[in-house]
Design a protein around this ligand. Structure first.
Ligand SMILES: C[S@@+](CC[C@H](N)C(=O)[O-])C[C@H]1O[C@@H](n2cnc3c(N)ncnc32)[C@H](O)[C@@H]1O
Length: 465
């Protein structure tokens, strides 16, 4: 646990002394000038760029070595020298004068440390590793910054205009905090992202006046497996949920994006195969929505591809509960893709069909003659009925030598791919012991990984047979 207490200092017009004038010192000076500080630099020698910096803002340069007394009247001190004894003397003086001091890359001589910083308008994001790994802090800062689009900057500006109004309306701190959370957890960010500032402000005012029902259900596609394959919108909505209703195929890492106080309700199959019925799920979503909660119904892949999302929408619409569908990346496309199997190909496939394999369990209403004509056929939920799928296609005239592949746990580190033909695939999958979830692809496109194997090893290509 870090022993540091993070703060942002108001340095406008305050004197900050920087000892040293090299590249690192100049970086610090630039940041201090951005914060409006009056900077005094103490350095015996000139360094490229230093004098130009003096012209840029409020910088005074003392061209001599540091000596005790230089920190007199300073609000903050920075020692950016590569001489630890100078850093030590600066620290000693700073301690005596009760001035916080930072010695660059010299933790023992610091009484404060500087985080990695990302600035975006009035939004500032800082990351610290308590001085242990500044490079890691910088990389984490870059990662976080890459999630924070310009809409956040605009949102900060918009929310800033509401601050005084809300403070006057809600004097009680706790009630005011709850109202702020209702605003930032609303769809305001999506409206700002769309560039519709007016609608965003109207929505904020509706939330302030309590004129919109807070309850809404978001049907969110969690993607095919890899937690990185959820959409940006899906991730945002998940991070603002009051309650999340989720399935078995949702990756556990996605559940970590849920706010700690939010409720998590699992409605997938339990260890004994017991499951919540679709009617029970529909009723649950309706009642949570009617309670005024912000509900995320998180489903594997895309909610509308064999996800029964449409039934849930029907139930919500009938009950008058607001809902939104946040599409996801379906396993039907992404899982073959992760195994380097494209569903269309200029030479081999001008189209594809996606069907459910369990349909053929004890009879199927699918038109197998039509499916046998498809250049590429993708079968979901088809592992258990693989033999039936093959016989139906063979009976409809599909050539026994047509390439076929089964990809299990696609997009995950545990992904396995078994390749064969219509004649051999069932036997090979059994021999390899593949387990659900698995996606079957039939068609000449299954040859693509083999074609690419000139430049990729089978391991890189994710192909195990
Ligand atoms: C009930 S369906 C849901 C499909 C989901 N809505 C979608 O769009 O991907 C579940 C089936 O999707 C396929 N599937 C889902 N995730 C998979 C994965 N990571 N690897 C292979 N197949 C997967 C399997 O065929 C599985 O039986």
């Amino acid at each position: 646990m870090s022993a540091y207490y993070p703060v942002y200092l108001d340095l406008r017009g305050r004197r900050v002394v920087v000892v040293g004038g090299g590249t690192v010192a100049q970086h610090k000076i630039r940041e201090l000038l951005k914060a409006g500080a009056a900077v005094t630099v103490v350095t015996p020698a000139s360094a490229p760029g230093l004098e130009d910096l003096a012209d840029e803002g409020s910088v005074e340069i003392l061209w001599r070595p540091y000596r005790t007394g230089d920190l007199e009247g300073a609000f903050l001190a920075i020692a950016a020298t590569d001489d630890r004894s100078v850093n030590h003397d600066v620290r000693a003086e700073a301690e005596r004068l009760h001035i916080p001091v930072n010695a660059v890359d010299d933790l023992p001589n610091c009484t404060f440390i500087a985080p990695a910083v990302h600035r975006q308008g009035d939004l500032t994001i800082t990351v610290s590793t308590s001085g242990h790994a500044p490079a890691l802090a910088a990389r984490l800062r870059d990662r976080i910054a890459s999630w924070i689009g310009p809409e956040y900057d605009a949102l900060v500006a918009l929310l800033g205009t509401l601050r005084a109004e809300i403070a006057a309306r809600e004097p009680d701190f706790k009630t005011r905090a709850r109202l702020w959370y209702r605003i930032v957890d609303s769809d305001i960010l999506a409206l700002v992202r769309r560039g519709d500032r007016e609608a965003a402000e109207t929505l904020a005012r509706q939330v302030i006046s309590g004129s919109i029902p807070a309850g809404k259900v978001y049907l969110v596609g969690a993607g095919p497996g890899d937690p990185g394959l959820i959409t940006v919108r899906g991730r945002d909505v998940l991070g603002q949920a009051d309650v999340v209703v989720y399935d078995r195929l949702v990756h556990p890492a996605l559940l970590e994006l849920i706010p700690p106080k939010a409720e998590r309700l699992f409605v997938g199959k339990g260890p004994q195969g017991e499951s919540t019925s679709q009617e029970q799920i529909n009723d649950l979503l309706v009642s949570l929505g009617l309670e005024g909660r912000r509900v995320v119904r998180l489903k594997g892949g895309d909610p509308f591809v064999f996800g029964r999302g449409a039934e849930e929408c029907e139930a919500l619409a009938a009950a008058g509960v607001a809902f939104e569908v946040v599409p996801g990346i379906t396993s039907a496309v992404a899982v073959p893709g992760a195994a380097l199997i494209p569903l269309t190909h200029r030479r081999w496939s001008s189209g594809f069909a996606v069907v459910a394999g369990h349909e053929c369990d004890g009879g199927s209403d699918l038109d197998w003659s039509a499916l046998a004509q498809m250049p590429t056929l993708v079968v979901l939920m088809g592992l258990r009925t693989l033999g039936d799928v093959v016989s139906n296609l063979r009976a409809a005239g599909k050539d026994a030598t047509t390439p076929a592949a089964v990809i299990a746990e696609g997009t995950l580190p545990t992904q396995r791919v078994v390749v064969g033909t219509l004649a051999t695939i069932a036997e090979r999958v059994k021999a390899e012991g593949l387990e659900s979830p698995a996606t079957l692809v039939i068609g000449d496109v299954v040859r693509v990984p083999e074609q690419l194997s000139g430049s990729l090893t089978p391991v890189e290509a994710g192909v195990a047979a």
